[in-house]
Design a protein around this ligand. Structure first.
Ligand code: BGC
Length: 445
């Protein structure tokens, strides 16, 4: 398999997000985000770590951009921290924050790297959370103002936008399970935040297109192919429920199909938050879908699990090969994910905007021979190629991630980077997988 096999126009890139890399949490007028506050609570983040310094990308971006260039990676996906631009989420603008992203964007362009911006990658301004955050319908207005500012400031140079990063993850983990910021729980918090995020996903896109009709606008969706633990009717029903919850919840309303209530009756309660005209507002014909996939889920019926009666059987229990996140390594699932997205006639184009793996990286003689990561990337790319050769509309692939970084509730232990970061000294070491990607992009392996 070679880069050329994917065709000349296939997009190749690398991805990261603001809170996971920037650090500088209180520098140059930045406001407080929900992750700054959440990580101060006990037992929320492994080893009580936080993203306050992270990879110090805020100060070290010249080195990181130079590394992207040296690896020959043509596209860089990063996110904007809302709190740097509008510290309290709404109202006063912080021009130093705008300067910072101008430097990143201009820095990319000077190096011949195309910037791809995610507008929201989970770091909500804390002041908005005090007003209910995603559960408050006013988020639509706050978000629209923020998007408008971004597009006014950066839209002259940035042509590729993603509105939200994985709304399934930040609503589910943040507003239902309470394991991510802001740590809320319960069906009401969950359903209101789902509906408001789904509306913002579409409204944000409309704003960008309103200013720049020729820009490429998408949003990103997590996807895990779901299989049944046993070939029984009960487990197949469990598959349908988990699939609706993980994979259909946000894409289908944008395609005009509504929420997948037929498989998840509890979702009917979302009606409480729906206002006249909302079904129309939820729809948006994205230029592309950002598909993010790492693993698959195997699920079974569970009488004791309220609301959905289905539970995953984790990879450890199944004794299958897995990454440091305890996620099963299952390359065909990326093919399945593409196939499913491709089957929606409303989906115009698919980019894999995240795929990658955390392993236990060991430094020997200043080098990291991460063969497992290389194998992971190689086998997943082969599956992407299979989808492409079957004429599915997949047209790009971004590795997660550029550098090791703050892996949310897991802290710094799982390392996803193609570049190793020593978090004590901030020294970077390009891993063997980084050199492998470079060679691949140069069409040499
Ligand atoms: C998120 C990233 C995260 C990665 C690995 C994705 O769900 O967008 O922020 O680091 O998965 O867990």
């Amino acid at each position: 398999m070679r880069r050329n096999d994917f065709g000349e126009n296939f997009i190749w890139g690398i991805a990261c997000s603001a809170y996971q890399i920037e650090g500088a949490h209180n520098i140059d007028g930045k406001g407080i985000s929900i992750w700054d506050v959440f990580s101060e609570k006990r037992n929320k983040i492994a080893n009580r770590e936080d993203g306050k310094t992270a990879c110090d990308f805020y100060h070290r971006y010249p080195e990181d951009l130079a590394n992207i260039k040296s690896l020959n990676i043509p596209n860089f996906r990063f996110s904007i921290a809302w709190t740097r631009l509008i510290p309290e989420g709404t109202g006063k603008i912080n021009y130093k924050g705008i300067d910072f992203y101008n430097k990143i964007i201009d820095g990319c362009i000077e190096l011949g790297i195309t910037p791809w911006i995610t507008l929201y990658h989970w770091d909500l301004p804390y002041y908005l959370e005090l007003k209910g955050g995603w559960t408050n319908r006013s988020i639509i207005q706050w978000f629209e103002n923020y998007v408008e500012l971004c597009v006014q400031q950066f839209g002259d140079r940035v042509k590729h936008w993603m509105v939200l990063n994985e709304p399934v993850a930040f609503t589910g983990a943040g507003y239902f399970l309470g394991i991510h910021a802001p740590g809320k729980r319960g069906v009401e918090n969950y359903l209101s935040s789902v509906h408001h995020a789904a509306l913002c996903q579409a409204e944000g896109a409309r704003i960008i297109k309103g200013y720049y009709p020729n820009s490429q606008v998408g949003s990103t969706f997590s996807y895990s192919h779901v299989d049944a633990h046993t070939e029984t009717k009960k487990d197949y029903l469990a598959v349908e429920k988990i699939d609706a919850l993980l994979n259909r919840l946000f894409i289908e309303p944008s395609l005009g199909m509504g929420y997948p209530t037929e498989k998840l009756p509890f979702l009917n309660k979302i009606e409480t938050f729906i206002k006249p005209g909302d079904y129309k507002r939820l729809q948006y014909n994205f230029d592309f879908i950002g598909l993010q996939t790492y693993t698959r889920e195997v699920v079974k019926h569970s009488f004791f699990t309220p609301v959905i009666n289905a539970v995953p059987v984790n990879a450890k229990e199944r004794n299958v090969s897995r990454t440091l996140m305890n996620w099963e390594i299952h390359p065909p699932s990326i093919y399945q994910a593409i196939k499913r997205m491709d089957s929606y006639s409303g989906v115009k184009k698919i980019y894999i905007t995240e795929n990658g793996a955390a392993f236990n990286d060991i430094i020997i003689d200043n080098s990291i021979q991460d063969q497992q990561r290389i194998k992971y990337l190689d086998t997943h790319l082969q599956e992407v190629l299979r989808a492409k050769e079957e004429n599915m509309k997949v047209e790009g692939y971004f590795v997660w991630s550029l550098t090791d970084n703050f892996e949310w509730a897991e802290g710094y232990h799982p390392r996803f980077g193609l570049i190793y970061v020593d978090f004590k000294t901030q020294k970077r070491i390009i891993k063997q997988s980084g050199y492998w990607y470079k060679k691949f992009l140069e069409n040499r392996n």
